[in-house]
Design a protein around this ligand. Structure first.
Ligand code: DHE
Length: 548
C-alpha cells in the first residue's frame, strides 16, 4: 500500500494554477509551456501529497534537481512507471499515467519546481464573504433538528456536505463547500459547523437557521486540510482556525464571521537538525479543553505549536519539539493528553495540554500509524488506552493513557494485535460501546477494503491476539456497480449506532451503512442520489465534545 499521497481519487487545486516554467537554463531538458502545465497538474494531483510542493520530500523522497539530475531521465522514467516496494505507486503499469505523461513527468522533474503564489491578508479579505451578518441570524434555534445527533457527511468529489438527521436518516440538506472537501468541525456550543475544502475554502454553516446554510466563507490559502474552533470555557464559538498546506500557514479568524485576524507562517527550522524548511505544512489542529490554546501539528519541521488565543496582538506560542511528519491525532478520554502520529516515522507523540509540554514519543510496532482521532476505551487488563490502526500494515496499537492509575503503562505501547489487513485509515469506539471498529479502506483486496473488523473490548486479554468479527459493510450496502471502499466508522450521539461510508466512484452509487452497536446487525442503508463519494462523517456532539 502506498502510505500516503492523495489516497484514492484525485483532486486538483494547486494544479489549476498555470505556473510559468521557472527560468530554463541552456542545459535544461526541452519542455513546452503546455507540457509544463500538464506536468504541474499531474504533480500537484498525484505527487505533491508525498513529495511536497517544493519537492523537499516528506512521506516520499526529496525530488529537488540536485537529486533528480543525479538520477537522470531514464531512472526517473522507469521509477514512475514501475514504482517501488517502499510505497511509490506504479503509475505506468497500473495504467494511471500514459507513456507520454510519464515522459513529460520525467523531464519536468529535471527542472526546478514551480513555486505557487503566496496568500496573505489581501487575498483572504478579497475572498471573505459574510453571507448573513450575525445581527441578521436567528436568536434561537429555528428548526426541529436534533442538532447533537446530526451527522455532517463529506461528499468529497461533489465539493459538498450532506447534513443527515441521526434519528430519521433523512438527508436534511446538501450544502456547497470547497473543492474536494475534507473535514468538518463544530463550534463548542454546537451552533456553527465549519467545513474546509482542499482549495482552502472554509464554510461556516449556521445550524440554528430554518434551513442551515453558509453564513460566512473565506479562502485561507491554496491548499488546506484542517479547521477547528476555540473550545476553552469562556471562549466558546469565539475563534475559528484553519491550517494550510500551501502556503504553509495558519490563520485565526473571528468565530462569528470568519474575518481573518492573524496569519502565521509555519516556515522555519526542522526541530532536530535545525535546517530551514520552506514548506512545513499544517496537519491536524485541535482545540485544548484545558487552556485557551489551539494545538497545531506542523508536519515537516516536527513541531507541535500550542497557540494561546487570549491576546492575538501579543501572541504567545509554546513550540514543542516532537518528531517529523506529524499528521493526525486526538485526545485521550480525559481530554488532557493529545496523542498524534508522526506517521512516516512510525511514532506516536504525546502532549500534556494542561501543562503544555511533551510527555512521550513512542515507537509503534506497525508501519505508518493513522489514527484519525483514535479510539479511547478501558482494556480489561491494561486499563484506559488509546488505539490507532496503521496504513502500512494490519496492526492495531494500544497506548496506555492512565499516568496516575497505571503509571508503568502510561504512554507505552501495551498491546499490538491484528485486524483485517493493511491500508487502514480509521478506528473508532464510544464510551457507551463495547466494540472497537477498524477499517481497511486502502487494502488492495476489494473484499477487505469493503469490510470492517470488530473487536469485543471485554474479551481482550493482555498478550493475546483478540478475535474479531468481519462485517461485510460493502455487501450490506447492496451496490451493483463499482468497487466501493468502506471508510471511517462514526458513532451517533448516544453511542448506540455506528455509521460507515461506502465510498464509490463519483458517477456510481454510494451509501451510508448504519449498524446497531449492540447486535452488530444492519440497521439502515442510507441511499440518496445526492450522496456522491461520501467519506468522513462528523456527529455534531461527538465532534464538539471530542468523544471518540
Ligand atoms: Fe485526510 C483527517 C490530511 C487524504 C479523510 N486528513 C485528516 C487530517 C489531516 C489529513 C492533516 C487531520 C485533520 C485535523 O485533525 O485537523 N488527508 C490528509 C492528506 O494529506 C491526505 C493524506 C492526502 C491528500 O492529498 O489530501 C488525506 N483524507 C484523505 C482521503 O483521501 C480521505 C480518506 C477521504 C477524503 O474525504 O478526502 C480523507 N481525513 C479524512 C477524514 C479525516 C481526515 C474523514 C477526519 C477523521 C476524524 O475522524 O477526525
Amino acid at each position: 500500500t502506498s502510505p500516503a499521497g492523495s489516497y484514492v481519487g484525485e483532486y486538483d487545486t494547486l494544479g489549476q494554477l498555470n505556473l510559468e516554467i521557472p527560468g530554463l537554463r541552456p542545459e535544461d531538458p526541452v519542455i513546452t509551456q503546455d507540457e509544463y502545465n500538464v506536468a504541474n497538474q499531474i504533480y500537484f494531483q498525484r505527487c505533491a501529497g508525498c513529495h511536497g510542493v517544493l519537492r523537499k520530500g516528506a512521506t516520499g523522497k526529496a525530488l529537488t534537481v540536485d537529486i533528480t539530475r543525479e538520477l537522470g531521465y531514464e531512472h526517473l522514467q522507469s521509477f514512475i512507471t514501475y514504482g517501488s516496494p517502499a510505497g511509490m505507486p506504479n503509475w505506468g503499469t497500473s495504467g494511471d499515467l500514459s507513456e507520454e505523461q510519464i515522459d513529460i513527468m520525467a523531464r519536468y522533474l529535471l527542472l526546478d519546481p514551480a513555486v505557487p503564489p503566496e496568500w496573505g491578508m489581501d487575498k483572504m479579505l478579497e475572498s471573505w464573504k459574510v453571507v448573513v451578518a450575525p445581527e441578521d441570524r436567528p436568536t434561537e434555534k429555528m428548526n426541529d433538528i436534533d442538532i447533537d445527533n446530526l451527522m455532517s457527511v463529506t461528499l468529497r468529489d461533489a465539493g459538498q456536505i450532506a447534513l443527515i438527521d441521526g434519528g430519521t436518516y433523512e438527508v436534511h440538506s446538501v450544502i456547497e463547500t470547497g473543492y474536494a472537501v475534507h473535514i468538518s468541525r463544530i463550534s463548542a456550543s454546537g451552533r456553527y459547523l465549519y467545513v474546509i475544502g482542499r482549495d482552502a475554502r472554509v464554510n461556516m454553516i449556521d445550524l440554528w437557521m430554518d434551513h442551515p446554510e453558509t453564513v460566512a466563507e473565506i479562502k485561507i490559502g491554496i491548499e488546506a486540510r484542517s479547521v477547528e474552533t476555540s473550545k476553552m470555557e469562556g471562549y466558546e464559538d469565539k475563534y475559528a482556525i484553519a491550517g494550510a498546506y500551501w502556503p504553509p500557514q495558519y490563520v485565526i479568524m473571528d468565530g462569528d464571521t470568519l474575518e481573518p485576524l492573524k496569519i502565521k507562517s509555519t516556515r522555519g527550522y526542522i526541530y532536530d537538525e535545525q535546517t530551514y524548511h520552506p514548506e512545513p505544512r499544517v496537519a491536524a489542529i485541535l482545540a485544548s479543553h484545558y487552556r485557551p490554546e489551539f494545538i497545531i501539528n506542523v508536519k515537516e519541521t516536527g513541531k507541535i505549536l500550542l497557540v494561546d488565543y487570549t491576546d492575538l496582538k501579543n501572541l504567545k506560542t509554546t513550540e514543542i519539539e516532537a518528531e517529523r511528519f506529524l499528521h493526525d491525532g486526538g485526545l485521550d478520554s480525559t481530554r488532557r493528553y493529545f496523542i498524534t502520529a508522526a506517521n512516516a516515522r512510525n511514532k506516536l507523540v504525546v502532549i500534556d495540554t494542561k501543562e503544555g509540554k511533551l510527555v512521550a514519543i513512542t515507537d509503534t510496532e506497525g508501519l505508518t500509524p493513522h489514527p484519525g482521532r483514535g479510539a479511547n476505551f478501558v482494556h480489561p487488563d491494561h486499563g484506559p488506552v488509546w488505539a490507532t490502526s496503521h496504513l502500512g500494515d494490519d496492526s492495531v496499537a494500544l497506548i496506555g493513557t492512565d499516568p496516575e492509575g497505571q503509571a508503568d503503562k502510561a504512554w507505552k505501547i501495551v498491546e499490538t494485535f491484528y485486524a483485517l489487513g493493511g491500508g487502514s485509515l480509521f478506528i473508532k469506539t464510544h464510551p457507551e460501546s463495547e466494540n472497537l471498529y477498524v477499517d481497511a479502506t486502502l487494502n488492495p483486496d476489494a473484499e477487505t477494503s469493503a469490510s470492517i473488523a470488530v473487536f469485543k473490548i471485554p474479551e481482550m486479554k493482555a498478550g493475546e491476539d483478540p478475535e474479531y468479527m468481519t462485517l461485510p459493510i460493502g455487501e450490506w450496502a447492496g451496490i451493483a456497480e463499482g468497487q466501493p471502499r468502506v471508510v471511517q466508522p462514526e458513532f451517533n450521539r448516544d453511542g448506540t449506532e455506528v455509521w460507515f461510508s461506502v465510498w464509490n466512484a463519483k458517477d456510481l452509487e454510494s451509501a451510508i451503512v448504519v449498524v446497531d452497536d449492540k447486535t452488530l446487525e444492519l440497521k439502515k442503508v442510507i441511499k440518496d442520489p445526492r450522496l456522491i463519494t461520501p467519506t468522513g462523517k462528523f456527529n455534531v456532539y461527538n465532534t464538539r465534545a471530542d468523544v471518540y
